[in-house]
Design a protein around this ligand. Structure first.
Ligand code: AMP
Length: 290
């Protein structure tokens, strides 16, 4: 496994690697890797060779009062985990490589970036799409792997890849969870013992949604009330939003007719967590994947 720190070297290595018979796969991350990230890498390894994993804590996707400074950085452990999985290249540039002095350009996917996470974190998705576009230009992957944990992000990146003819196919992988249901996140490291217990309110809320839907409830207003109630009654947890939206447009739905997401964001102590369930109508029944 080769560890690469500069854009020029990454471009050169990727250009050579694209000559391989198999497609090049990219897994963008901010490091502090956990099983969620590693599941993307395993999927990439199945479909692609070589596999490039980027590790970059992107300052542009953090708001001024967010956790950029304290975001966990565990490069040595990350490196060992990726080596173990047979990753070919790790691209871990310093911030000045990606944003040299005078950097002025950004890319925005209009509309899809505004609601939900976009409303709570102004500028967040502009930061995400700008860095992902740069990574795609540098590495030029045939496939790029993202987690459904960040469902809105994956939807926005798929739109950007299509709109800008980036030639990368976007694979969206399932959410990896702790045994008690909490979605794995690098930010779970911030949770105190009592926060950690309270944090299961998010996945419990989605489990309740799944149970209600499988019992035949199709009333979106009622389903949302059930979800909200579970979060709002958990001490130490404050709900940011709970929405059921069309998976394509990310607009709120009044009925479960097309594929949708139930999306949640909540603050647990001082840690902001997100989670979601995928809702897929199939004839008379509706499948819910948490
Ligand atoms: P991050 O390092 O938080 O930017 O995440 C990098 C990628 O890992 C993103 O595509 C995330 O959606 C994905 N990811 C993060 N947590 C999980 C999880 N629990 N399960 C699956 N994918 C995840």
């Amino acid at each position: 496994m080769e560890l690469i720190h500069t854009v020029a070297w990454m471009k050169q290595v990727a250009a050579e690697a694209r000559q391989s018979d198999r497609p090049l796969g990219l897994v963008p991350t901010m490091g502090a890797l956990h099983e969620g990230h590693l599941s993307l890498v395993r999927e990439a390894k199945k479909q692609c060779s070589p596999v490039v994993v980027s590790i970059f804590v992107n300052p542009k996707q953090f708001g001024p009062s967010e956790d950029f400074q304290k975001y966990p950085r565990t490069i040595e452990a990350d490196r060992a985990a990726l080596e173990n999985l047979g990753v070919d290249y790790v691209f871990a540039p310093p911030a000045e490589e990606i944003y040299p002095p005078g950097f002025r350009t950004s890319v925005t996917v209009e509309g899809l970036s505004d609601p939900l996470e976009g409303r709570s974190r102004p500028g967040h998705f502009r930061g995400v799409t700008t860095v992902v576009l740069k990574l795609f230009e540098i590495v030029q992957p045939r496939f790029a792997f993202f987690g459904r944990k960040d469902a809105q992000q994956a939807r926005i990146i798929r739109q950007m890849a299509a709109d800008l003819d980036l030639g990368a196919e976007i694979a969206v992988c399932p959410i990896v969870r702790e045994p008690d249901g909490l979605a794995l996140s690098s930010r779970n490291a911030y949770l105190s013992a009592s926060d950690r217990r309270a944090a299961t309110a998010l996945s419990r809320s989605l489990d309740a949604l799944r149970r209600e839907i499988s019992a035949g409830d199709r009333d979106v207003v009622h389903l949302l009330a059930t979800m909200r109630q579970i979060i709002e009654t958990e001490p130490g947890v404050s709900l940011d939003y709970a929405e059921i939206v069309d998976a394509d447009t990310l607009e709120p739905v009044m009925a479960l007719r097309k594929t949708c997401y139930a999306l949640l964001a909540a603050r647990v102590g001082s840690t902001r967590l997100i989670d979601n369930a995928l809702i897929e109508p199939a004839g008379e029944s509706v499948n819910v994947t948490v």
